[in-house]
Design a protein around this ligand. Structure first.
Ligand SMILES: [Zn+2]
Length: 156
C-alpha cells in the first residue's frame, strides 16, 4: 500500500537525484513513521483480548517491546525493512549507499538473533510480529496466531 508520505514535497522537484545524505534522511523519516504504529496495533490487539503486558523491560536482554510475564512470552514488533522480514516486499534495499544499508541491516538482524537467543536461554518464548502482519487486512490472522501462542487459561 502506498502511504501519503511517499509523495515528494513541492520544495523538492529533483526527485530521484537525491544525494546519499538526502536519501538517507528521507528513508530514516519514512521508517521512523512506519515504526511506531505497528507496535501500537499489537498493543491494542493484546489489550482487547484481555492480555496483560508490560513495555520495554530494561532488566531483560534488549529491553523487549512487549512482555507478557504470565505467559513467559516476549513479543518483538519488527519493521520489515530494518529487520529484513524474509521474503517480504517491504524488505527492500535502497539503490544508493548500498554498503551502508547492508551493514546497518546486517547489524540489526544479528542483534535480533542475539536477543532471541539470550531470552530463550532465560526461558522466555520469543515471538516476532512483523510490521506487515499489523496491516488491517492481516490483523485477523495475527490475532489468531497470537491466541495460539498465548492460550487463555494457561500460565500463572
Ligand atoms: Zn513484512
Amino acid at each position: 500500500m502506498r502511504s501519503k508520505s511517499t509523495r515528494a514535497s513541492p520544495t523538492q522537484p529533483s526527485q530521484g537525484i537525491l544525494t546519499p545524505e538526502q536519501e538517507r534522511s528521507r528513508i530514516m523519516s519514512l521508517v521512523k513513521q512506519a515504526h511506531t504504529k505497528p507496535e501500537m496495533v499489537v498493543r491494542s490487539l493484546l489489550h482487547r483480548q484481555g492480555y496483560r503486558f508490560r513495555l520495554h523491560r530494561r532488566d531483560l536482554p534488549g529491553s523487549p517491546d512487549i512482555v507478557l510475564p504470565k505467559y513467559k512470552t516476549i513479543i518483538f514488533v519488527h519493521g520489515c525493512f530494518w529487520h529484513r522480514h524474509p521474503g517480504c516486499r517491504k524488505a527492500t534495499t535502497p539503490k544508493t549507499n548500498v554498503d551502508y544499508w547492508r551493514t546497518k541491516m546486517a547489524e540489526n538482524v544479528e542483534r535480533d538473533e542475539r536477543k532471541t537467543r539470550d531470552l530463550t536461554q532465560l526461558g522466555w518464548q520469543v515471538v516476532t510480529v512483523w510490521q506487515c502482519e499489523t496491516e488491517p487486512k492481516h490483523i485477523e490472522e495475527l490475532a489468531i496466531r497470537l491466541k495460539q501462542l498465548l492460550p487463555v487459561g494457561t500460565g500463572g
